[in-house]
Design a protein around this ligand. Structure first.
Ligand SMILES: Nc1nc2c([nH]c(=O)n2[C@H]2C[C@H](O)[C@@H](COP(=O)(O)OP(=O)(O)OP(=O)(O)O)O2)c(=O)[nH]1
Length: 335
């Protein structure tokens, strides 16, 4: 058992930290996901006297001047743990503002390592099964890293059902067969009675595929059917809590810093932010772009899906700007 209660991202949000309008220089930090043969992941506890002392982190550290991420990670893990590594794929780069600094936490998978792992700087170490990572109190930048390791990198938002409910359900089944594991059931124009029936049928298909389901906006519907809830941005201002028990997912659509802070404060599990690119559904809205996305990302520690004209090929770029992945209607609906 970890020695602390889990960190609640909602309370860590109370320090929105450095305002996005007064950027301090970004500190580059690199960290590694080191697995043992049982698939457990290595965490190190930050020692006393340092910033963020007592919190658990992925081993790594700051770049030295002119050092690449690969060189910095190799050096840090040799110095801190006594191992030699082969660096693997990038996992996620999280820009994060803290009360007195901004950093970008660049996390890579460690593909192979040699040696015996030891805490050479007096740090406690723990090998943690992925599903237990969230029990360890960590710095805010690590919350999106844990989500990137354990939660889906794509979030399907359904289109309106059109005239043919069976066709819509059949396409949903195809999306699930393609690997979709998190779905927002959304059809604001659908007549409520028809929608309730369709939602019930869709939930059965999602459950069979092992996919998480969230219904759009309708708190009563989510509560009565025992599924997750996806809040519209306009609902956030009127809520002081997440409306569902802890076991059910709550997501929120956000366009502004204020909305993101509200989503985090009420305890949402994740947010969706966009539009990254111009989309047919929001023709008059100026796109945020990836830099705009990353600027919002650093003010909160929620996992965030990027949305707006995105397809699965964009997931790498999304992760590079701190996103959990992509959310999409057209880009993930296989019709
Ligand atoms: N290695 C590592 N650092 C992390 C993680 N999450 C996170 O916020 N950080 C922060 C903590 C530190 O501020 C910074 C890494 O700095 P460091 O570990 O090399 O050096 P340090 O203790 O002297 O850092 P500092 O007190 O000067 O900030 O990144 C993480 O998962 N791994």
């Amino acid at each position: 058992m970890p020695p602390f209660a889990p960190v609640n991202p909602a309370t860590s949000s109370q320090e929105p930290a450095i305002a996005v309008s007064q950027p301090a220089p970004m500190i580059e930090v690199v960290a590694g996901v080191i697995r043992d043969l049982r698939g457990r992941i290595l965490l190190a506890r930050r020692t006393e006297g340092r910033d963020l002392a007592g919190l658990w982190e992925f081993p790594g550290g700051k770049h030295e001047v002119d050092e690449s991420a690969e060189a910095a990670l190799t050096r840090e893990l040799r110095e801190e743990l006594g191992i030699e590594i082969e660096i693997g794929a990038p996992l996620i780069r999280v820009p994060q503002a803290y009360p007195h600094k901004r950093l970008c936490l660049d996390v890579h998978v460690v593909q192979a390592w040699r040696g015996t792992v030891r805490g050479l700087e007096g740090q406690a170490l723990a090998w943690v099964p992925p599903h237990k990572l969230a029990d360890y109190p960590m710095p805010p930048a690590d919350i999106p890293v844990v989500a990137a390791l354990t939660q889906p990198d794509r979030y399907l938002v359904t289109p309106e059902p059109g005239d043919d409910d069976n066709l819509w359900l059949a396409v949903l089944e195809r999306a699930l067969a393609n690997g979709i594991r998190r779905v927002q059931l959304r059809a604001p124009a659908c007549e409520p009675q028809r929608w309730r029936l369709l939602v019930t049928q869709a939930i059965a298909r999602c459950r069979e595929a092992g996919a998480q389901v969230l219904v759009n906006a309708d708190i009563e519907l989510a509560q009565s059917l025992g599924v997750g809830l996806h809040l519209r941005a306009s609902q956030l201002a009127g809520l002081t809590k997440r409306s569902l028990p802890d076991g059910e997912m709550v997501g929120a659509s956000c366009h502004t810093l204020e909305e993101l802070l509200a989503a985090q404060a009420i305890g949402c599990d994740f947010a969706v932010v966009g539009a990254i690119r111009p989309t047919a559904s929001h023709p008059g809205t100026a796109p945020l772009g990836w830099e705009g996305f990353a600027g919002l990302r650093e003010a909160v520690s929620l996992p965030i899906y990027a949305i707006g004209g995105l397809v699965p090929d964009d997931i790498g770029e999304a992760r590079h700007h701190g996103a959990q992945g992509i959310a999409a209607i057209r880009g993930l609906w296989p019709d």
